[in-house]
Design a protein around this ligand. Structure first.
Ligand code: IFM
Length: 457
């Protein structure tokens, strides 16, 4: 348990700091056609030749839909404060609009009630990429109508679950849906147009702002916010061309989202770079997008290198790489949190995802994933450093609870702290899960000790 000893149990993390684990609907639920669920864009994308590395799909995944009670016990056994999950829009409203699916809604109701019964706070994400296919057929996120369908979906869920969820995230990683889904086309729905991608990004942001306003008008008691995937971006060399490239990449990844959310404007240099590919913006849109949030989530995995010439190859850096080929760079997380805190009037921040894919070996009922444990411990320490330097941090969540469907990489990449044997659906806590449990036990013991000293009990 070496890493637990090296991490602070000294009050660095505030008393109410939330420790959690995270998943998403499409990646774990399976039951793709059960109980009235409609198809999502990922169900369709998986059927395209060559779209998924191992030609797999989300039909069964971790079969979480049929095993949620056992999975809830597993989550509780880790001693976390919170579980971050997403709702599958096509499971609860198969066409994206029109009739709701009671069986689907009941599933999430059982999930939320099951979490609360175990003393775990539900953190609900409305959109973690699995848009109903029927809405895609009508233009998907590129079409402004989808913005209003999303607000309606948010209100419906709020009516069903809103009184019991601690925290609602509108969108997970709009950059991914926009750029990977609609510019490079390597993710669903597989569109390849920069102009479409930027319109999608604008509609995602707009729907976020309008959903916040509508949920508050319906007296939401949950804290409301958005989750962005962010990284510090460095120029590969000091050349002017690489510096310029780094500036634009930073603009497209970070400032394109942070500026409108916190300043109500898009960054001018990115608008100029986009030229004709810039989105159509209607009067009032920017004001809606900048509706104040109660929290913001950041998903952090690595830094990024920008090069105007040959694409940067991560193997050049000499840093440790994960199985995704991503550099292990925990100091980037501290730097990122400090920058966001310095440049924007941010609400309390969460690291809503952080973790590593590593090749695991299940031997005699044990997975000795020392590298994953080291990765998580180093990043928790990086969050602690940001707190010491004044950043208002509200929580940290490991990605992911379970090995799961890693999008275009299929099941080949394993991010879980719990191993899943897909043939039998057996769950086995990896050493990283046991380490996290022990780390949380120590955090809580230290917290109780401090309370005892303070109250003199
Ligand atoms: O698995 C994904 C998750 O769905 C979104 N954030 C990044 C993770 C790892 O790639």
């Amino acid at each position: 348990m070496g890493h637990a000893d090296t991490l602070p149990a000294d009050g660095t993390f505030p008393e109410n700091f939330v420790w959690g684990v995270a998943t998403s609907s499409f990646q774990i639920e399976g039951a793709a056609k059960e109980d009235g669920k409609g198809p999502s864009i990922w169900d369709s994308f998986c059927r395209k030749d060559g779209a998924i590395a191992d030609a797999s799909n989300g039909d069964i995944a971790c079969d979480h839909y049929n095993r949620s009670s056992q999975d809830l016990d597993l989550i509780a056994s880790l001693g976390v404060d919170a579980y971050r999950f997403s709702v599958s829009w096509p499971r609860v409203r198969p066409g994206g609009q029109g009739p709701w699916n009671t069986a689907g809604l009941d599933f999430y109701q059982r999930l939320v009630d099951g979490l609360l019964a175990r003393g775990i706070k539900p953190y609900l994400t409305l959109n973690h990429w699995d848009l109903p296919d029927e809405l895609q057929a009508r233009g998907g996120w590129a079409h402004r109508d989808t913005v209003h369908h999303f607000v309606d979906y948010a209100l419906g869920l709020q009516a069903k679950l809103g009184d019991r969820v601690a925290n609602i995230t509108t969108h997970n990683e709009p950059w991914v849906m926009s750029v990977l889904g609609h510019e490079t086309g390597v993710f669903a729905p597989g569109v390849k147009s920069r102009a479409v991608a930027m319109q999608v990004a604008h509609h995602l942001l707009l729907s976020h702002g309008l959903a916040l306003q509508a949920l508050r008008a319906q007296r939401s008691t949950a804290k409301l916010g958005i989750v962005l995937n962010l990284s510090p971006i460095y120029a590969a060399t000091p050349s002017q061309a690489d510096q310029n490239n780094a500036r634009i990449e930073d603009g497209r990844l970070l400032r394109w989202y942070m500026d409108p959310l916190f300043k109500g404007t898009y960054p001018q240099d990115v608008l100029e770079f986009l030229g004709q590919d810039a989105p159509l913006i209607e009067t009032g849109d920017m004001q809606a997008i900048s509706t104040p949030m109660d929290f913001m989530g950041i998903n952090y995995y690595s830094r990024q290198m920008a090069s105007a010439g040959q694409p940067w190859d991560n193997r050049q850096s000499g840093l440790e790489l994960t199985d995704m080929g991503w550099e292990v760079f925990p100091q980037g997380l501290t730097e990122l949190l400090l920058r966001v805190h310095r440049d924007y009037p941010v609400p309390p921040l969460y690291v809503t995802e952080n973790g590593g894919a590593f090749r695991d070996c299940l031997l005699d009922g044990r997975v000795q994933d020392e590298r994953r444990t080291a990765y998580i411990a180093a990043h928790i320490a990086a969050v602690g450093e940001a707190i010491r330097q004044g950043v208002d941090m509200a929580g940290y969540m490991v990605w992911s609870l379970l090995d799961n469907f890693e999008w275009a990489s299929g099941y080949e990449k394993r991010f879980g702290i719990v191993h899943v044997d897909y043939a039998t659906q057996t769950r086995t806590c990896k050493d990283s899960a046991l380490w996290y449990r022990e780390f949380l036990r120590r955090q809580k013991a230290a917290r109780t000790e401090r309370e005892t000293v303070t109250t003199g009990a």
